[in-house]
Design a protein. Sequence first.
Length: 90
Amino acid sequence: MAKTLITLDKKLVNYANIVSISVEHGDYSGDDGEEISSVYELIAFDVTNSMHVLGVYEDRLKAVEANNKLKSWLECEAFGVYDLNVEGND
């Protein structure tokens, strides 16, 4: 089943095109011009080396937890779309 990820700015990314997903520390600047300093981002790079921000978190523990939930979802094959911005995705 094809897997689709919804990025923080609501873009759809086919998981088959994702090369890596990781947690990085830095500053976030959203499409709306909002800037947030010193946050943890769950980011993905695709086959064209484009970066996609999947989530922004206040602390590393929350970012790693989101990364682990995403990994669990990818392993279960139950749903075709996963939105990291919605609370309660299991």
